[in-house]
Design a protein around this ligand. Structure first.
Ligand code: PMP
Length: 426
């Protein structure tokens, strides 16, 4: 059997419709922004491989950090034990967040970091003896992951439909826009006054899987102010927006009011290892300090704070805070803005939007804007044929490159998008 045949025989791929023709590309190696396929073709990874590889692929500094760690300590149980690399990472995370954040809880990925946040917020209330407060508010079309709690706070859609009857009840509100803002504030105030709201969870500034829907920091700021005036726990899901994506280290850095809990994953290890962290304020943590065993947070994963993942994260953080990476982020923001300007009068494009290193545009098609818009497959294949990995969310095309992307590579991505506009109109 060829490798492709073996893949088909043994592997079930994520978010992939099982139908003829959906054959995955075999990538044998990768370096910086380039993926090298088994058939000799190369691809510019313009979406950081599902938004994780912030420093590109096979970064030697991170690879060495993992290799060194692997020779010393590859894994150790994290209940009753700890290790230096997790401590260094936690310190680094806390030092780079607003001062009220005090404790880091480790998990495995974005979904588990969200599960932890939800359970933490609910048990925080429970530990305080406020057991009736268990309603969660989230945004419509939100995406927080694929586990049951994360799915529950996510928007209801074709993704969740088979499980909808089992998802817990969540109140979904629209993301703020200039037009709906006053009405939204009224609705939000009313909901919070009813008194049974425990938490408000949101993807700050950019809803990723919803199609890179963007909204203003000042609007989020107002929602945070109101929620916190009602003692509602605010959970920022920065799984996608964290680690420089929006131009600042974290998207909530654009807000004056800060969340109480923050979920981080994806870029945290520079795409080398799976890792999630949920960081909470001291006020939340304090309610778990007790001689009463029932106040324990009974949550933990086998690989909690895996030393290899922590080593990758410490190294990735160092690169991220370095001058070169910060300059690269700045340059991508400027290039995107110039390209966006070029696109804004294009008749085939409905909407061009940018937040930091994320640039998104909606292609005008006879069908509605949706993840299932049929242009998606045509566009995806066109980009691959032209040597660029872009994975449209329906008719929303977006670029979320590794920060090490060169100006030349970025220009190739832009020109392939321009070419696709001509091609897709045919
Ligand atoms: N939250 C957000 C905002 C995400 O974008 C994602 C993944 N795309 C998740 C949570 C889930 O992360 P993971 O796929 O690592 O479980």
């Amino acid at each position: 059997m060829t490798l492709s045949e073996k893949d088909k025989a043994y592997i079930w791929h994520p978010f992939t419709q099982i139908k003829p023709g959906n054959t995955p590309l075999i990538i044998e190696k990768a370096k910086d922004c380039t993926l090298f396929a088994a058939d000799g073709k190369t691809y510019i990874d313009a979406i950081s491989s599902w938004w994780v590889n912030i420093h590109g692929h096979a970064n030697v500094f991170i690879a060495n950090a993992i290799a060194e760690q692997a020779k010393i300590l590859e894994q150790v149980i994290f209940a009753g034990f700890t290790h230096p690399t997790a401590i260094h990472l936690a310190e680094k995370v806390i030092q780079n967040l607003p001062p009220h954040f005090s404790k880091v809880f480790f998990s495995d990925d974005g979904s588990t970091s969200v599960e932890v946040a939800l359970k933490m917020a609910l048990q925080y209330r429970y530990n305080q003896g406020i057991k009736h407060k268990n309603l969660i508010i989230a945004f419509e079309n939100a995406y927080h992951g694929d586990t049951f709690g994360a799915m529950s706070v996510g928007g209801r859609s074709t993704f969740s439909e088979p499980f909808d009857p089992l998802l817990f009840e969540v109140f979904h509100i629209p993301i703020p826009t200039q037009d709906n803002f006053d009405a939204l504030i009224l609705q939000f105030n009313q909901l919070l006054s009813e008194g049974n709201v425990a938490a408000f969870i949101f993807e700050p500034l950019v809803q990723g899987a919803a199609g890179m829907q963007m909204y203003k920091a000042e609007h989020l700021d107002k929602l945070l102010e109101i929620a916190q005036s009602h003692q509602v726990v605010c959970i920022a899901d920065e799984v996608m927006t964290g680690f420089g994506r929006t131009g600042k280290l974290f998207a909530t850095d654009y807000c004056r009011h800060k969340p109480d809990i923050i979920c981080l994953s994806k870029g945290i290890t520079g795409g080398f290892m799976p890792l999630g962290v949920t960081v909470c304020s001291e006020i939340i943590y304090e309610t778990f300090i007790s001689v009463d065993v029932a106040k324990t947070f009974f949550h933990g994963h086998s690989y909690t704070a895996n030393p290899l993942a922590c080593a990758a994260a410490v190294a990735s953080f160092e690169l991220l805070l370095g001058e070169i990476c910060q300059q690269n982020i700045h340059n991508i923001c400027l290039s995107h803005a110039q390209f966006a300007d070029k696109l804004k009068d294009n008749a085939f494009i409905k909407n061009v939007r940018q937040t930091g290193t994320i640039l998104a545009m909606e292609f005008k098609t006879p069908e509605n804007s949706s993840y299932f818009n049929p242009i998606k497959e045509k566009a995806y294949n066109f980009y691959l044929e032209n040597g660029v990995l872009l994975r449209p969310l329906g008719n929303v095309i977006y670029i979320m490159p590794p920060y090490c992307i060169t100006e030349q590579e970025l220009n190739i991505v832009y020109s392939v998008i321009l070419k696709s506009i001509d091609f897709l109109q045919l």
